[in-house]
Design a protein around this ligand. Structure first.
Ligand code: UN1
Length: 509
């Protein structure tokens, strides 16, 4: 199976992790990619040398001059072709995501679908990069604003969405007239290379120069080169709050722009009016989808005291039906965690819950045996906790779901907001009053607030991101594109006399 996927994407001989368009930069330093599915080494990918990074920046700068001169709708046409190429490669790329990262095949395919969707969105957007016009206070003056590209956009992405998050950024950045340098996760380098090969085909077919799309590979040091580089006006970084803080501070200290999409600690409030059976799949998918490794994963359930025991029983039963195993086998709901370190973090969280006085309702453990040889498979855990526990305040990137009881909606919302992160949130309710309160400015403090659907699985059409330690950035839909451009206000006089604003008189002969 594994070799077939690599062949389909023509990856078997491709082990350079540094691409500037179709130009490769080999190096001796390597990163190994192990599949968490079967523990096999699937690639040895070369890392980017600083001298090659320099060459890529220069090529990207030159490519930017060329690319920005192409009208935005024509750039959109290139992104349309990329969307088509992704459609052709959806099955193979979805499998690669599943095999290299470990998420279920359905979710791997879903991730590629997000890439296709954002391409479609960006194509339309390429004719809609609107600025406003204003009325000048001065006679015979015209005032308007326009949006210009920034230059090089640096994308730093995480292992859990090894292709889609790059696509959200790249598709928008390109139609806006920017060029992109991408540092994907060192845990999923083949996914980055596969994407680069797909877009290379389109850029080459259209005789576009190298440097519009580049991939660089390495550890945090490569991220530091980017963050400190004044030639990269915008860094869009997805990952842990710790990483985001380092990137955000470095970029801000050189007055660069950043889009930060960092940790979440997402809760669903389950009201006593909720239609439990209807919303159950959303709750369980939210908690165990991607083995709890989405930034939008449901980590806390805040449950009305009247139905607390019922919810516990329903969840317990649902968890017995979960099948854990090879994510490429569509009978399984849950694949492995990304690596054994992630398993350790999961087990640590369970130990901490017990230490702080929590109760384990569904025990989570590392799975052993023939089907779990990579050592990365766990059975998901449910624990009864108090929201203020230290461990509950942290994002553990694993399938551990915390249950918390509430009695009034105001209390539930306060609990939901009482964590440092602010990405996604939901309420399950049949009450309009409750739903509207949750969505009001006294309600959820998150960037995403849903009613009767889960915390994960956001559509690309909305702006995606969150508040507080989640970093404040917005990616993908709505007007997120504005962060990829610079705004310019233009005032033009066609008057025969010179008028100063604010009525200021300044006469000279
Ligand atoms: C992420 O986990 O970094 O809303 C992104 C979702 C997906 C994206 C998650 N559309 O779950």
């Amino acid at each position: 199976m594994s070799i077939e996927i690599l062949n389909a994407l023509k990856l078997e001989k491709t082990n350079s992790g540094t691409w500037c368009g179709t130009t490769l930069f080999p190096s001796r330093e390597r990163i190994e990619s192990f599949s968490p599915v079967d523990g096999k080494k699937i690639a040895s990918v070369s890392c980017t040398k600083q001298t090659d990074y320099e060459k890529i920046i220069q090529t990207a700068q030159t490519a930017f001059i060329h690319w920005r001169a192409i009208p935005a709708p024509k750039r959109g046409e290139i992104v349309r072709q990329i969307g088509d190429e992704l459609r052709k490669n959806k099955a193979a790329l979805g499998q690669l995501v599943s095999y290299e990262m470990g998420k279920s095949l359905q979710e791997g395919l879903g991730e590629v679908q997000e890439m296709i969707d954002i391409c479609d969105f960006a194509v339309g957007l390429s004719r809609q990069l609107y600025g406003l016009t204003m009325h000048s206070e001065r006679p015979n003056h015209r005032m308007y604003e326009q949006w210009h590209p920034l230059g090089i956009v640096g994308v730093i992405s995480a292992f859990n969405f090894p292709v889609a998050v790059w696509a959200w950024n790249a598709a928008l950045a390109w139609v806006c007239g920017n060029v992109v340098i991408w540092k994907g996760s060192e845990k999923t380098p083949l996914c980055s290379i596969a994407c680069q090969k797909i877009v290379n085909k389109v850029f080459a077919k259209n005789k576009l120069p190298d440097g519009i799309s580049s991939v660089i590979t390495g550890d945090y040091k490569v991220g530091e080169w980017m963050s400190n580089d004044t030639r990269i006006p915008l860094i869009s970084a997805t990952g842990s709050t710790r990483m985001g803080k380092a990137v955000g501070v470095a970029v801000a200290s050189r007055f660069g722009k950043s889009i930060l999409e960092l940790g979440g600690n997402n809760a669903i409030i389950i009201s006593d009016t909720a239609q439990l059976q209807l919303v159950l799949p959303a709750i369980v998918f939210g908690a165990v989808g991607t083995a709890g490794q989405r930034c939008t994963t449901t980590r806390r359930l805040i449950i009305h005291e009247k139905i607390y025991d019922d919810v516990k029983a329903v969840l317990k039963k649902a968890y017995t039906q979960l099948r854990i195993g090879n994510p490429l086998d569509q009978n399984n709901h849950i694949g492995p965690l990304i690596d054994q370190k992630a398993v350790e973090a999961f087990l640590y969280a369970i130990r901490q819950v017990k230490k702080e006085g929590g109760k384990i309702l569904v025990p989570g453990s590392r799975l052993e045996g023939k089907n779990y040889q990579s050592g990365c498979y766990v059975s998901p855990c449910i624990a009864e906790v108090e929201n203020h526990y230290e461990i509950v305040q942290h994002e553990t990137f694993a399938p551990i779901l915390y249950l918390i009881k509430y009695s009034t909606l105001e209390e539930a919302v306060a609990l939901q907001n009482a964590v440092p992160q602010g990405l996604s949130s939901s309420i399950m309710t049949e009450s309009l009053r409750e739903a509207e309160y949750f969505l009001s400015n006294a309600g959820s403090d998150c960037g995403i607030a849903n009613v009767n659907i889960g915390t994960s699985g956001a559509e690309i059409g909305g702006a995606f991101g969150g508040e507080k330690e989640t970093g404040g950035g917005r990616e993908s839909g709505s007007d997120a594109w504005k962060a990829y451009m610079r705004r310019q206000t233009n005032t033009i006089s066609y008057s025969n006399s010179l008028t100063l604003a604010q009525g200021i008189q300044f006469d000279i002969e």
